[in-house]
Write a protein that binds this ligand. Structure first.
Ligand SMILES: C[S@@+](CC[C@H](N)C(=O)[O-])C[C@H]1O[C@@H](n2cnc3c(N)ncnc32)[C@H](O)[C@@H]1O
Length: 260
């Protein structure tokens, strides 16, 4: 009965269901909006002003074209590279190959997730998870049907089984989460041994003035501003090897491979 119902779901969503933690798997999957809604229609809770924008109807419409490139420029500075460079770094850090399973945490409107789906191909699976219904609606509208499984859920309590993905990406979002450390624990938990992680997040300057400015900016925006060593050390503590970091202005890219 359940098998017949699952087979009727959009292609990638049906393939993602077995990756769900049994406790998170709904008896009647809600895919009415083209993504699997695990928040049961609950209202989105915002962690601050920036996340409130992510939940709005307006931002997803201008996000890929205007908002995201502009914010990237502000954070990374004039020499920090554009969106094309970010996609290149994500590909490099994740080292995806056809057949891989990849999770895009806080996927927003899915521009990275779609690219990952293209790389892993039909033999692999790309899953994008985000808490914002409006971002996911945009992602679904922009994605060829059945190629990506989008899930509405919380990055701080990832609803997937242990060791269910070969790679996990979290770009431009860790600083928005209510508990970034717990989110990193979950990302690590769902990775297979030897799996790769790629993170793009905030980075404050090393000076005392930089720390003060970071604290102020964080308080105004509701975003956490991470120290320059915080994410690297956080990954090493969780058992990642080959941890690499590139700092660009007030942003940092960090990648690593979970010990096998
Ligand atoms: C700036 S966007 C980043 C989107 C995409 N990763 C990118 O690089 O363009 C941040 C995303 O994080 C999502 N987000 C924030 N808190 C979240 C949480 N606790 N769980 C899942 N998604 C969350 C927001 O809804 C938003 O779509």
């Amino acid at each position: 009965m359940r098998a017949a119902r699952d087979a009727a779901l959009p292609g990638a969503v049906a393939r993602a269901l077995p990756l769900l933690d049994p406790a998170a798997r709904p008896a009647e999957p809600d895919v009415a909006h083209g993504y699997l809604d695990l928040l049961d229609g609950a209202a989105d809770a915002a962690t601050g002003a920036t996340q409130r924008l992510m939940l709005s109807r307006a931002l997803p419409v201008v996000y890929d074209r205007w908002w995201r490139p502009a914010w990237g420029r502000v954070l990374k500075g004039p020499l920090g590279g554009g969106m094309r460079d970010e996609h290149r770094i994500a590909r490099l850090l994740l080292g995806l190959t056809p057949g891989d399973g990849v999770l895009d945490v806080a996927c927003g409107p899915g521009s990275f997730t779609r690219e990952f789906a293209h790389v892993v191909g039909d033999a692999g699976l790309a899953v994008g998870i985000d808490v914002s219904a409006t971002m996911l609606a945009r992602a679904v509208a922009e994605t060829a049907p059945g190629t990506v499984a989008y899930v509405r859920g919380d990055a701080v309590a990832l609803p997937f089984r242990d060791a269910s993905f070969d790679a996990v990406c979290c770009f431009a979002a860790l600083h928005l989460f209510a508990d970034p450390d717990l989110a990193l624990d979950h990302m690590t938990r769902v990775l297979t041994p030897g799996g790769r992680i790629a993170i793009l997040t905030s980075c404050r300057l090393r000076s005392a003035a930089g720390r003060a400015a970071g604290d102020l900016a964080g308080a105004q925006s509701g975003m956490r501003v991470f120290g320059p060593d915080e994410i690297v050390e956080g990954l090493e503590r969780r058992g990642y090897a080959e941890v690499r970091q590139r700092i660009a202005g007030l942003a940092q890219f960090v990648g690593g491979r979970l010990a096998a």
